[in-house]
Design a protein around this ligand. Structure first.
Ligand SMILES: [Fe+2]
Ligand SMILES: [Fe+2]
Length: 275
């Protein structure tokens, strides 16, 4: 099975580049399942139902969230209607929506997607390690699901690496999000779990984390907010991780960065072309 994950979509540049490129990528590389983090898709803050539907129409099988999950208040209501939109699992009990979803890939395989949030330099949620462990006990790889994908939305690389190794061999992939900056450590861990500390963002990289540079620079210089953060408006670059999964074991055989756009090197669709 071929799984593609794309990191946090930031604003219109991120949405445009993903919606333009994704249908062609799915066709060209015969991608079976696509997960996208959409927590910054609506002007940098949350996701509206209309944007969610656009991403699903473009080929997203599942959209994950993070600390910006409910920045758009409508999400508190419409998330209950959507199987393909999940928010971090370890939010307090009673939070609208769910943190895990079992979906069919194009191949017919059952894919369990789990979204969880870290706790280092982040809101103090329930323990992500124990929350995910409980889900995997209820729905283990090759018992409850043919493939299991984790979006771990966290700040600290140490917490992400610890979770990757904690779950190594029990999930197909553990992919970090939230920092909007891709890391170069994408690989398959010894136990067979594809891992990267951060998938990066889909947006304009000539920015501060996808936001227009002016206000972030002002706040670093003066400590006085002057205006709202607005997404940078230049052309977007796609950043994510491509993963090949062995259908028999549900574990990863190969993982590599997928980057398309003007900002990041390598601009690689060659990853799958050389398989
Ligand atoms: Fe984000
Ligand atoms: Fe985030």
């Amino acid at each position: 099975m071929r799984l593609l994950f794309l990191g946090d979509i930031v604003g219109r540049p991120g949405r445009n580049v993903v919606c333009d490129a994704l249908p062609g990528l799915i066709k060209r590389y015969a991608i079976d399942f696509v997960v996208i983090n959409g927590e910054n898709a609506a002007g940098g803050f949350g996701i509206t139902e209309a944007i969610l539907n656009d991403l699903i129409d473009a080929g997203a099988d599942c959209v994950t969230l993070g600390n910006h999950a409910f920045d758009q208040k409508e999400t508190l209501v419409y998330i209950e209607r959507h199987d393909r939109l999940i928010r971090p699992l370890n939010y307090p009990k009673g939070t609208p929506g769910k943190g895990a979803t079992l979906l069919k890939a194009k191949s017919g395989a059952d894919v369990l997607v789990i979204n969880a949030m870290g706790r280092v330099f982040m809101p103090d949620l329930d323990c992500p390690f124990r929350s995910i462990d409980a889900e995997l006990t209820a729905c283990a790889l090759k018992q409850g699901a043919d493939a299991i994908f984790i979006d771990f939305h966290a700040e600290a690389t140490s917490e992400k690496q610890a979770l990757g190794l904690f779950l190594d061999g029990r999930t197909s992939a553990v992919i970090g999000t939230h920092t909007h900056t891709p890391t170069a450590d994408g690989r398959v861990l010894p136990g067979g779990t594809a891992y990267i500390s951060d998938a990066g963002m889909c947006g304009d990289y000539n920015s501060v984390l996808g936001m227009d540079r002016e206000e972030p620079i002002n706040r670093f210089l003066t400590k006085i907010p002057k205006s709202r953060f607005e997404p940078a408006f230049g052309p977007g670059t796609i950043s994510g991780l491509a993963v090949d999964i062995d259908d028999n074991t549900g574990l990863a055989t190969k993982a590599g960065p997928l980057r398309i756009g003007p900002h990041l090197e390598p601009a690689l669709p060659e990853f799958w072309a050389t398989a």
